[in-house]
Ligand binder design. Sequence first.
Ligand code: SF4
Length: 397
Amino acid sequence: MTIAIVPVSALSRRASGLVQSPPLSVYVHLPWCLRKCPYCDFNSHETDGELPEARYLDALRADLEASVPQVWGRSVQTVFIGGGTPSLFSPESIDRLVTDLRTHLKLAPDAEVTLEANPGTFEREKFRAFRDAGVTRLSVGIQSFDADALQRIGRVHDRQQALAAAQAAAEHYPTFNLDLMYGLPGQDLAALRADLAQALAFSPPHLSYYNLTLEPNTLFASRPPEGLPDDDTVADMQQAIEAGAAAGGLAHYEVSAYARPGHRARHNLNYWTFGDYLGLGAGAHGKLSFHDRIERTARLRHPRRYMEAALAGDAVETRRTLDADELPFEFMLNALRLVDGVSAASFAERTGLPLASIARALARAAERGLLDPDPGTIRPTPLGLRFLNDLQQMFLG
Ligand code: SF4
């Protein structure tokens, strides 16, 4: 199949060809943690005593009420309650939050509702009650089962708590995720294999496995920990994870994600396929499509300022309509993370731009062996996944 080439610059500055809305998700940010981890660049804030749960929930409800007109009538497929450490909130608060979402939005009957939880004892005791509050899927921030590694990366939980939390998630949830990291200080290939084997012993339906990176403006960026494995070892670890997960029945479906059949993270899949999401809570980002534009929003980041602004009726700090020439990169940034890629038709469906607008970049990427030449799909080759940044940048406007 030959695709005619139309430069994006020849198109209208804004995408305007969206025939139908993409699936809609909701992200809710709960921004507090017991202690800031030294590698963390998320919008998370150490608690200084009692959490202002009731006031924060009031602010979320006000934020939700102000946002409803933007998604009026649309069905919500997935909800993700992330943080921070959402499991610090009481089950009663999570119940109230899920009820507020159900009252104001059209939640699909089979909606996936994920809550991020940390393995502390105080939190583990609430896992079952979170399920009764409407959470259908738990994502547990284990990071490692190795006592020494947990200490070196500054986590507040220990090995015993990690084991107990994974066990409790398996007992109470038909589907759950264990969040793990590799490339940890002091970790060698044997230690990585032991950690993976321990995780697989719980038969997790889903694993997320992230490489520890030193993000700017974190404690680790200014004072890197000792004993970080070199690049070759980290690459060997990635291969060991892929092989071990496959042997355990979990297919590698996204750069950092592995799942049993039927247990892929629907919420994340919606991000990766350029779906829409309403972002509520401090610092939450959102992306919504309208017939004439695609908008990105960001809420105020600091919890106190967020609560004040939301209760006063508008917590949005920035609202930006994406230009047509930004859309190919935005789309590819996510879609190319998927091992199976996406259908070529979904590019036009989700961006409103003709596939012809990226024909030249697609052809170049296929020539370099980074993309599958099948014209019906946009799928990275194994080489493309290895050099993902290079591949994504070929679609910059
Ligand atoms: S628990 Fe998670 S969100 Fe909180 S500081 Fe640590 S890494 Fe960041």
